[in-house]
Design a protein around this ligand. Structure first.
Ligand code: BEZ
Length: 192
């Protein structure tokens, strides 16, 4: 609780900022609970996560008790990631996280379910924007991180539905006469 300096908090980690329409709503609660369960997976990938919801800090604090209960954790467990207060949707509007088709009771557009991935150089690497009515697949977000981290290290690209350990492709930009040098363990050539 208190102010957060985003770059300082991120340090040398990757970051995921994910937004929510509002506190105490059922879909959001399932998502935040899922993120709680996936914390060891995010840690393995050197990723810090931070949520945002357009309610107050005191509302977030009360909501965290619900989320822990839904996730099957005891109430004395420390909630493992911060949730940003965005009561007036200033951040959501600034960062393009608003779903203009979903309105709250007062007719104000809801914050959508955005996922922004930031790398350790503080570079914005990927965005996903789901409508408020569609909960996210956080396993897909881990898969995305695996692809981003792998393709940062090696001159490869990952195909449809790839997951860590599956085959990937040599980048089309790698000259053919460099392939053996860059991939000394060899590559498979498929003829279609
Ligand atoms: C929910 O989290 O359950 C929700 C929030 C806004 C619109 C629809 C569903």
């Amino acid at each position: 609780e208190g102010e957060i300096d985003f770059h300082g908090w991120l340090g040398d980690s990757w970051g995921i900022l994910f937004s929510h329409p509002s506190d105490f709503t059922p879909v959001c609660t399932t998502e935040l609970a899922k993120v709680m369960h996936l914390m060891p997976e995010f840690a393995k990938r050197n990723v810090k996560v931070i949520g945002l919801s357009c309610d107050s800090v005191s509302s977030h604090v009360e909501w965290c008790a619900d989320i822990k209960s839904y996730a099957g954790f005891s109430d004395d467990k420390v909630f493992p990631y911060p949730i940003i207060e965005d009561k007036n949707r200033i951040i959501a509007n600034k960062l393009g996280m608003v779903d203009k088709d979903e309105l709250d009771a007062a007719g104000i557009p809801l914050t959508a379910r955005a996922v922004y991935v930031i790398d350790p150089n503080k570079k914005f690497r990927l965005s996903l924007l789901y409508p408020a009515t569609t909960g996210r697949n956080f396993d897909e977000i881990l898969r995305i991180l695996d692809s981003l981290q792998l393709t940062d290290k090696a001159k490869v690209a990952t195909p449809a539905n790839w997951k860590m350990g599956d085959d990937c492709m040599v980048l089309p930009t790698v000259p053919e006469d460099q392939v053996a040098k860059i991939f000394p363990q060899g590559v498979n050539v498929l003829t279609l």
